[in-house]
Design a protein. Structure first.
Length: 193
């Protein structure tokens, strides 16, 4: 009996993932999820109290991993540091591993989370990275210099688009490498004056 319950729960999660990616959190209803999972709405409630709980189940692990990487970066907890030999490869590897292991969940967090507790996560992480760059390179940027936030937005949006458009892990890795190199070289040029 437990196997059947696990199968139903997995069916609910898979149906929810597909619908959230297609329509976003706000435009996906419990009714749509139940219909796609081929179960009754009342049976769905035996497994999850709300679509918020379903979204949380799908995304919490990936959100924690994403936040952890950003926290490590913003508190200098990994090496090599920006502009040091090996930084580019290290960043590509960290981002690639995160995306490759959590692709759909990260897309949910970054593109489909309006109406959830994660709807401001992207902006919070962008702010955290921008602040880190402004602190580390304060000789080059005034307080609240918008270019740092713009560049950080560009990086995040680039990573999201590379994730969406890459058709294989090999293509994802190749495109991430080019995007990260583009940003490192561009940012390095800004601080080399």
């Amino acid at each position: 009996m437990q196997v059947l319950k696990d199968e139903i729960q997995e069916k609910i999660l898979q149906s929810s993932l597909e619908l959230f990616l297609q329509h976003g959190f706000e435009k996906t209803s419990i009714e749509k999820i139940a219909k796609q999972a081929h179960i009754s709405k009342s049976n769905l409630y035996n497994y999850f109290k709300s679509k918020d709980e379903i979204f949380e189940k799908l995304t919490s692990s990936a959100a924690n991993k994403f936040v952890k990487i950003i926290d490590q970066f913003s508190t200098n907890q990994f090496t090599p540091k920006f502009c040091e030999v090996g930084f580019e490869d290290m960043m590509v590897t960290r981002i690639f591993d995160l995306i490759n292991d959590n692709r759909n969940e990260l897309l949910l967090l970054m593109l489909c989370s309006k109406g959830t507790k994660y709807e401001k996560l992207k902006e919070q992480l962008i702010g955290q990275i921008a602040l880190k760059f402004m602190q580390d390179y304060k000789d080059y940027f005034s307080d609240n210099d918008p270019i740092v936030t713009i560049i950080t937005h560009n990086l995040f949006d680039g990573i999201i688009n590379v994730t969406v458009y890459s058709q294989s892990p090999k293509e994802l890795h190749f495109n991430l490498h080019r995007l990260i190199r583009y940003h490192i070289e561009g940012f390095s040029a800004l601080i080399s004056d």
